[in-house]
Design a protein around this ligand. Structure first.
Ligand code: NDP
Length: 283
């Protein structure tokens, strides 16, 4: 039986890297689909990022993920950006083209929209988005490109909140505004989608919940959380108790993996296999 010992390589550059579960999810998909590929989780310091990218080029890596702190800095080492990555100004997935060029994409928001789409179609809806960090920025841009009509950005620090709302207004077809977050926030009537894109509720602070007036949540609303650990956050528990449908952050993470694999391999990976790989880790 013929062998091919030259495995196509993918992976991740981040620091710290040891707690990132993506390798388990992606390699489970490779195994499930019979792909003789590898995903190598690498800890790369900021001053070594250029060398790491040159190394990936030299070794013919098919692509790689970038996480904290490289999502913006990696852009200087690439040959081009996809549409939403250019608007967001950050890259978390690099894809090697057939001609060898490295193109930066951002799957944070794409994964979110894909997971949300299993619960509701975003087009035409009004959104309240909590948070204005990197994840919120990516989610806002992809929701806007997916056709939501309006995004209200609610964030603790005004400058970051206004920056995200301004970006949506200037660079996408959607409308947006900023609202301060100085007490329990009441979700306006007519809102279809409520998103927590802050880090509130992330393990080990699992008791924490965004300061939202739960009485303002109504059953027509879909409530989505970017927190993947734990998947069933306090916010989602409260939303379900109010009769809302929900989308969890584990779905966002899994769909990012599915989209990344599609970029690299052309394969439509089985999201259920990837979600199970993460749940088997105890997430
Ligand atoms: P950032 O540090 O860039 O942003 C954090 C955001 O949370 C800011 O808007 C910050 O507000 C807000 N925030 C933090 N603590 C509080 C608080 N106590 N009260 C009010 N607001 C608060 O982080 P990221 O955007 O990169 O990540 C945010 C979350 O999204 C993380 O928990 C991460 O795990 C999750 N995430 C999930 C992914 C998935 O696939 N499921 C993918 C990417 C991220 P301020 O601006 O005022 O500081």
């Amino acid at each position: 039986m013929p062998h091919d010992f030259l495995q196509p390589l993918t992976g991740s550059f981040a620091m710290p890297a040891g707690e990132n579960p993506t390798v388990a999810m992606i390699e489970a998909a490779f195994r499930h689909h019979g792909l003789n590929w590898r995903y190598i989780n690498c800890e790369v310091a900021p001053e070594d990022l250029g060398d790491a990218v040159r190394g990936a080029r030299a070794m013919g890596w098919r692509g790689f993920n970038c996480s904290i702190p490289h999502k913006v800095a990696v852009i200087d080492h690439l040959d081009g950006l996809g549409e939403s990555a250019a608007i967001i100004g950050a890259v978390n997935t690099v894809v090697r083209q057939d001609d060898g060029r490295l193109i930066g994409e951002n799957t944070d928001g794409k994964g979110f929209v894909r997971a949300l789409s299993e619960v509701t179609a975003p087009a035409g809806q009004r959104v309240v988005l909590f948070g204005a960090g990197g994840a919120a920025r990516a989610v806002a841009v992809e929701l806007a490109l997916a056709g939501v009509s309006h995004i209200t950005v609610v964030n603790r620090s005004r400058d970051r909140g206004e920056a995200v709302a301004g970006l949506i207004e200037e660079r996408t077809p959607a409308r947006a505004d900023y609202r301060p977050w100085d007490g329990p926030f009441s979700i306006p009537e007519g809102t279809g989608i409520v998103v927590n894109a802050t880090s509130i509720g992330l393990y080990p602070h699992v008791e924490a919940t965004p300061d939202i007036d739960h009485d303002s949540l109504t059953p027509e609303m879909v409530v989505a959380d970017g927190i993947h650990n734990p998947p069933l956050t306090r916010l989602l528990q409260a939303a379900q108790a109010r009769g809302c449908r929900t989308a969890d952050g584990l779905g966002m993470l899994v769909w990012q993996g599915v989209i990344g694999l599609k970029y690299w391999t052309g394969l439509d990976a089985d999201a259920g296999v990837m979600r199970k790989a993460l749940l088997d880790l105890g997430l």
